[in-house]
Ligand binder design. Structure first.
Ligand code: ADP
Length: 166
């Protein structure tokens, strides 16, 4: 890979739904990358258990980044490194909230490099206001009728309200 090429990063996840924490990590990535592909993982198990379908998640993320021409959103199936290679992306972005994220992330980063030695993983930390935030907590709070308006963008909030009456 030559440095003269644009830096393309991939931010993979389930994004069920995208939160302000994800959004923060994605926008920070654009400080070091020319283009970012937010990649929604499409697996049978997640599709079964998700609150939103993968297509809905993709739509929401596109709405959230409607103002950001350097962000693309796609769903993907199969190995992340294969998808990254097919898009010419040599950087995977992952958010680190706390030490509890570290072990799994470290393992994934090492394995991805074993699978394709041209991939690097970038770890970014979110704004401290989002370090406690996860999509699963947002889903849980919304289901229980709590106010999640500080944790998701207005477009996601509207969809959550429609889905669970949050
Ligand atoms: P979640 O853990 O919220 O269900 P995903 O599985 O979609 O989210 O995670 C995708 C990536 O985003 C992971 O690297 C995860 O650590 C990161 N991430 C999720 N929430 C935040 C947050 N609040 N701040 C920083 N990174 C986050």
């Amino acid at each position: 890979m030559s440095r003269s090429q644009p830096v393309v990063a991939i931010y993979p996840g389930s994004f069920d739904p995208i939160t302000r924490g994800h959004e923060d990590v994605a926008r920070r990535t654009l400080r070091v990358a020319d283009r970012l592909i937010v990649a929604v993982a499409h697996t049978a198990t997640q599709a079964k258990r998700g609150l939103f379908t993968v297509e809905e998640r993709v739509e929401m993320i596109r709405e959230v980044f409607a103002d950001e021409p350097d962000v693309e959103v796609e769903a993907f199936e199969g190995l992340l490194v294969d998808f990254a290679r097919s898009r010419g992306a040599h950087f995977v972005v992952r958010g680190l909230r706390a030490v509890s994220d570290f072990e799994y992330e470290f393992q994934m980063a090492q394995m991805n490099r074993e699978l394709w030695d041209e991939i690097e993983t970038l770890f970014l930390t979110p704004d401290q206001h989002y370090s406690f935030l996860s999509a699963s907590l947002v889903r849980e709070i919304a289901r229980l009728g709590g106010d999640v308006s500080r944790f998701v963008s207005p477009t996601v909030l509207a969809r959550l309200q429609a889905r669970v009456g949050a």
